[in-house]
Design a protein around this ligand. Structure first.
Ligand code: GGG
Length: 382
């Protein structure tokens, strides 16, 4: 028994379903992850799986298991008890290897309250300074733009996730009077820009095209954006094998729509990349399929994985949310945890299902969340 335990890897996952469809797609993601664990992990249920497991044990290759902790940190809970996260929230999260997040935002709570009490403090305190948003057109899915072909769109957006326009600094004077004045201060630090640039260059270097496009608005914003430009060109000298170019964010939206094949890895500030990644998701078929990883590259803190879409109150509770973004995010989490084979299996299962036409309404299909989830589970078990 002790030798079994020594090779079994338990991945502790903190699950925060959050609001609206976040609860539905997180439940679906846990179902898919549990199926992965049963099929490839310790509890394999097939004869072949068990034989493979014995072989793995013999070779001391290790097996895995997920241990989920459910955390009810949501707008609904906030409305009932007056807080989103308890005072020891950071300690609780640090007991886990990863965080799986659904969605945040509910009509009864102003969005800046829900974001600043839940997702933004987690990203900041857990030093998740990278938000990685891969985009490609999955098998069986078409872009709503006729000119955007599957082979043209394969991007990774590297979003600065810890400062910039989401610094939370500023204030309002003369509030609730006709003379109200508000400031929203963006903070860009040399250290913050350097570390995201290094991550972006390394990401570009790991991809076949080795191409990096850096996005700012440095013609109009003459301080922080100019520092971004400067740091970009300085860091670029350390990566001579990466082909670089620079875009203004407004022109970038046009290039993404009209010349998608000219792009590969993209690095941008917190706000710009947030906006560009929604456009990227829409171009690849639907915002419902896009994943994101909030990473602490030092691995001192758990990283957090979430679909990029929000809580979608208009369809919440109807069972029709697209779970593909949640599954893809789960695959990114599994890969980050070192389970490459499980991540590949999950991505293959997702694409077999989309290719077979099992899709939700946003992708032109007629399936519901449960139907897509069960189809992906079946594919994993094959
Ligand atoms: N699943 C992610 C989510 O709920 N997103 C809502 C949102 O507006 N997030 C802001 C952000 O990603 O910065």
């Amino acid at each position: 028994v002790s030798s079994i335990h020594s090779v079994k890897k338990v991945h502790r996952i903190a699950c925060i379903p959050g609001d609206g469809i976040g609860t539905e797609i997180t439940e679906a993601a846990i179902q898919v992850l549990t199926t992965l664990q049963k099929t490839l992990g310790w509890f394999s249920s097939t004869i072949f799986g068990r034989l493979f497991m014995i072989l793995k044990l013999a070779l001391l290759l290790g097996t895995f298991e997920f241990d989920f902790t459910h955390l009810d940190w949501s707008s609904k809970a906030y409305l009932e008890r007056g807080w989103y996260m308890p005072p020891d929230w950071a300690d609780q999260l640090r007991k886990h290897d990863a965080i799986y997040f659904g969605a945040v935002g509910w009509p009864d709570v102003p969005d800046h309250i829900s974001l600043w009490n839940l997702i933004l403090p987690i990203r900041k305190v857990m030093s998740q300074y990278v938000n990685l948003r891969p985009t490609r057109i999955l098998e069986g899915i078409a872009s709503p733009m006729a000119n955007v072909k599957r082979e043209d769109l394969d991007w990774v957006i590297v979003r600065e996730n810890s400062e910039g326009e989401y610094s939370g600094q500023g204030g309002t004077s003369h509030e609730d009077t006709p003379h109200a004045v508000a400031t929203e201060i963006s903070i860009f630090s040399q250290v913050g820009i350097e570390r995201i640039m290094h991550f972006a260059f390394q990401t570009a270097l790991s991809r076949p095209r080795k191409k990096l496009t850096m996005v700012t608005k440095s013609n109009a914003q003459r301080h922080g954006m100019v520092l971004w430009d400067k740091v970009f060109y300085t860091v670029a000298k350390e990566y001579p094998d990466v082909e670089i170019d620079k875009m203004l964010v407004d022109a970038m939206t046009v290039r993404m729509v009209l010349h998608p094949a000219s792009l590969d890895t993209i690095v941008a500030t917190n706000l710009h990349a947030d906006i560009l990644s929604d456009l990227a998701a829409a171009l690849s078929g639907s915002i419902g399929i896009a994943p994101s990883s909030n990473l602490d590259p030092t691995r001192k803190n758990p990283s957090m994985f979430e679909p990029i879409h929000g809580s979608a109150p208009d369809i919440a509770g109807k069972g029709i949310a697209n779970p593909v973004g949640a599954f893809w995010s789960a695959a990114e989490m599994v890969r980050w945890l070192g389970e490459e084979k499980a991540a590949d299996t999950l991505m293959k299962a997702i694409e077999n299902v989309t290719q077979a036409g099992v899709k939700t309404k946003d992708l032109g299909g007629s399936e519901n969340t449960k139907g897509v989830t069960e189809a992906v589970c079946k594919e994993i078990e094959k």
